[in-house]
Write a protein that binds this ligand. Structure first.
Ligand code: ATP
Length: 221
């Protein structure tokens, strides 16, 4: 039996909403894009599966879209009209949508979205700011994924100070609570779950999990 294609609806075609809708569609999902402005709907017509011009705070109009049948509804209204974002989240949740993801502009906005029923609240601007800052700040941290506000997965380039030592000698786990999951060398060969005696060389990349502040400390070794 063919697996049913996951269906997404994205409300609000600002830059964030468009980017989410586009990416989901290009990944192969069915995407309905909703906005109350005709211009935005025209812009998206060829970039998603369906488009509808509707005011998402109008309960009747919203109900007629049958959002209950969608697996995930993303509410990307925000910058100019926090009330519309809150109202839409409440109405969409009331209509029985299982998974509602809502975009927040601030901590307070996020708290309200959570209270009115959003299953997940995202802070794209804050999160992007954090990522950019990390990338600028940590010269030998190549990539960085925040797993929780406290823990991260990071790619750390081995500089002179770390090089030519074994993992045992570096003792990152005991000293910093950092676990090295894999080591990639300059030929792109990956050693998964490296043993304590594995020596690391300059230019290797450590793929490691640990607390954010401790990962930063590696810079200072
Ligand atoms: P961005 O900063 O992401 O580019 P923006 O500043 O253009 O967004 P926002 O106020 O964040 O605009 O709103 C995002 C989109 O949501 C806009 O395209 C706007 O037309 C749409 N929108 C706002 N209110 C509603 C509503 N009640 N129903 C449907 N769409 C709405």
């Amino acid at each position: 039996m063919k697996k049913k294609q996951k269906q997404f609806a994205v409300i609000g075609m600002g830059r964030f909403g468009q980017s989410v809708a586009n990416t989901l569609f290009n990944t192969g999902y069915e995407v309905l894009a909703i906005d109350n402005r005709e211009k935005k709907i025209e812009e998206m017509a060829k970039k998603v599966t369906h488009t509808v011009q509707a005011d998402a705070t109008d309960e009747k109009a919203l109900r007629s879209l049958g959002l209950r049948n969608f697996d995930v509804v993303i509410i990307a209204i925000g910058d100019d009209d926090i009330n519309a974002s809150i109202m839409t989240t409440l109405l969409v949740k009331e209509q029985g949508v299982q998974m509602v993801v809502a975009k927040a502009n601030s901590e307070n906005h996020g708290k309200i979205l959570d209270k009115v029923g959003a299953d997940r609240v995202v802070f794209p601007e804050r999160d992007m700011g954090v990522r950019v800052a990390h990338n600028l700040e940590c010269t030998n941290i190549l990539d960085h994924i925040e797993l929780t506000p406290e823990y991260s997965l990071a790619e750390i380039e081995v500089t002179e100070n770390l090089a030519n030592k074994s993992l045992k000698e570096l003792d990152l786990r005991a000293k910093y609570g950092i676990n090295v999951l894999a080591i990639k060398n300059c030929n792109d060969e990956v050693n998964v779950s490296p043993g304590a005696d594995v020596k690391i060389n300059r230019g290797d990349i450590l793929i490691a999990v640990g607390k954010e502040d401790k990962i930063k400390k590696i810079e200072e070794i």
